[in-house]
Design a protein around this ligand. Sequence first.
Ligand code: TMP
Length: 344
Amino acid sequence: MKALDSLSALKGTYVVLVEGSKDIAALTSSGVVGDFICVQSGGGPVRAAEAAWKAGKPAVILTDWDRRGNQLAEDLRINLMSLGVVYNTRIRETLSYLCAPYAKDVESLDSVIIHLQRSLLDMRGVVMGAIIVVEGIDGTGKSTLCARLARELESEGFEVYPTAEPTRGKVGRLIRSGAFEGVSQSTEALLFMADRNDHTEEMLWSASEGKVVLCDRYFASTLAYQSSGLDGSSVDPGVLMPLCEAFARVPDLTILLDADPETTMGRVRSRGEDVSKFEDAGFLRRVRERYLLLAQEHGFKVIDASAGPDEVFEAAMREIREVLRCILLRRSTRRRALSSKGRG
Ligand code: TMP
């Protein structure tokens, strides 16, 4: 864990999340050297942490949380410290009003801590690569799209790690083998989640090595499929969400391929593939609706999968470009950090 003894220790690649230009002036006059991200546009430290992460930079969060009570400040401090993140209360004198505007955005301390933990862990763990997920009901063309995206990214010089859920690991193979045929949707959800637990580690590892992980289905599949009442059995998304938070990570980008089940089932049949128990038009309609709701809640990028394959591919690449830009930015930030370390 890093200890921050004085403001002047904030140097180099650290990002100080500040509220506005006055804060930057205050920091600069305190002798702080670094890159600054302004969060004036609102959203609070959670968004700011995400912004820093997107910019590919580690962050030091400087806040005045104890305006809302000492217990809150103490809890946040302990949580951030356990992540090896510096939490500096000394800056309070200089930036005393920093967090006040955000207090109203915060639902509960727990939600803030979860968000910060995820953003900050991601910042430390997934530095050089990225995780991109493609979701959609059966027959939307996910696998074909993933294969084409992988070829394109490789041709542009990115190292790609193609993967899918259910995985080819021990639990994934058991799921695919049909060994659990007939179990309830809640048991099935737990199996998908168990498969995901190891898979998440594998994906994070690959992303931390600089690869672009392209994953065909991830946690949104469980949220959409297992809560949509297959054979009258379904799981409350409110029960599934904490499991997703515990065993999965928010990807850099989730693309949702959206199409009408009649169209997609026609495609599945025309490929001459076996129709699985999930491929029932009524059920898939509910899954589709659930996916569209999730897209709104979690910011998935929705692409019309009834369009031709070239159009779908181009639309997906437009979304992916932003992620690639972040990767390149992270790499150049790291190069700069390493070269300034070498000099210092
Ligand atoms: P696949 O056809 O994309 O290989 O996926 C196999 C089936 O598993 C598909 O119909 C969707 C279903 N599934 C779930 O119901 N929940 C999940 O969490 C995952 C990953 C897949």
